[in-house]
Design a protein around this ligand. Sequence first.
Ligand code: GLC
Length: 621
Amino acid sequence: MHTSTAPATGLPASFADPSWWRQAAVYQIYPRSFYDANADGLGDIKGITGKVAYLRQLGLDAVWLSPFYPSELADGGYDVADYRNVDPRLGTLADFDEMAAALHAAGMKLVVDIVPNHSSNKHPWFQEALAAGRGSAARDRYIFRDGRGTGGELAPSDWVSVFGGPAWTRVPDGQWYLHLFAAEQPDFNWDNREVRDDFLATLKFWSDRGVDGFRIDVAHALVKDLGEPLPSQADIDALEKLHDGSHPFWDRDEVHEIYAEWRALFNQYDPPRTAVAEAWVDQTRRARYASTGGLGQAFNFDLLQADFDAGQFAAIVAKNLTEAEASGASSTWVLSNHDVVRHATRYGLPRPPHPDAAGPDAAGPDAAGPDAAGPDGKAWLLAGGPESGLDRGRGLRRARAATLFMLALPGSVYLYQGEELGLHEVAAIPDSERQDPTFFRNAGVEIGRDGCRVPLPWTATGQSFGFGGAPAHLPQPEWFAGVAASVQDSDPESTLNLYREALRLRRRLQSAEQLFWVGQANPDVLAFRRPNGWTVVTNFGPRPGSPRATVARVGCDLEDCSGLAGLGGGASAPEETPDDLFLFSIQELTKGGHQVVDGGLEEPFRGFGLWMSIPLLSRRR
Ligand code: GLC
């Protein structure tokens, strides 16, 4: 049994708790864009160490690092050239150890990204495979095939990569290799025992260094059935709808044999190492990745793909809590990450009009507008990110509300760097400065993900807004000055301070992994409570949610509600609530004695947190 480096004294007992992950607040760091300590324009490991106090003050349980390994950055680091090292531009293993120790001493766990589906084409194994030639043991670690056509000049199949363009690339001796993503990301052959053993060695390497958990990239792709003849793209498109494990490379049942081996390794540690699967699979197939005999947890991206809509949010929560119960894992919740348009922006884009909309929204969104195709914001980005198509204020108010709603749910939450500043997507990036392979491989179809990966603004002025002492590796917009962490730090009503307060209360009020809906009189207002009485009210609608009525329904008596509003920082009257709702701040009533109308709670309540919509927040940053 391996044990972690002993946690520093003064840490909560929960630090050694094997279930620490179940309701953890995990913060994703995209290291190259977090903080640049050595003035080369790229964020680095020492930069993270330098910001541990900031992370601690935010109130996190864990930090997840996107890849920091040696990489040619063909896909933002998800093209790994050496799985057991640190990119020299980001630091050294000693820097990593120092960062891990600092995070642990501050009471935070450390999760790292593992990219097992593919390596970089600069990985020594791939270079060896190229040199060794066809039929060699070195080529068998990847997926090489002869081409079709008389001279093998046609790719083995017509498959299209996830990033666009062909999924096969030819090498000088005429063979082709498979890459489900960019050409610089050759897929491993997971039928090869050497590949399996090498990843076990990698997981052991980082676990021995004190890493507490792993985020598994494209966890559903590793095992492939590539028996000849290979199906056509049209054939496999049809299989995608079956969700029965018959697809040649997505979500095959055999992938779970790999994770069972990983689990056996994770369980040799105390506390066991954790893992969360990035598996874009049908909801009915997710539980297996999250099972206790497998990775233990899987991302649920449902909220991230939904509109800001009470009905959608309620259905997603109900479905995922049921699923979590079945798998034995806790649920996960995500609104933003390094692959999607930031949620403050998604929620500020035009959507089909709300049936009850009054005011600007009623005239507003044009169902045929730039985002009519869906809530993901990609169409808006592709249209050049027109400012006229984005209501920044509304997007941010909704983002704050959605975040507070999410933070109160049972299960763990994954936050993405910069969302605590209420950052919007950066749309204005010149083509010449773009980095994401999806932009280059899918010209005219995808703008790519650079806009959510722009280095963070730490200060309102200075070189790269305090990101570091050199121009940032992606250009930062002027409006970063107004949202910099230093500006928000001293503003009690800033989004940064809202996150801090919310995370503090979340930790304090945390309760068993259950949720009870409180009757829904207004379809736009969701109210739920947790087993200890912690109650959350969110108005998703375009009209004032009548806080008094809602709160009365939840059971807080009116006198306290008025008091609550006052505690919230001088909230104005409900009638002044703006078009879209929102959140308020979070207040706790610790006095006890508040009845919840649908009963079943023991009194006195020890912590009664109420998050509800009030007008004040609409003016907040
Ligand atoms: C995952 C990552 C994404 C990356 C892809 C290929 O989806 O989140 O950023 O491009 O895998 O590794």
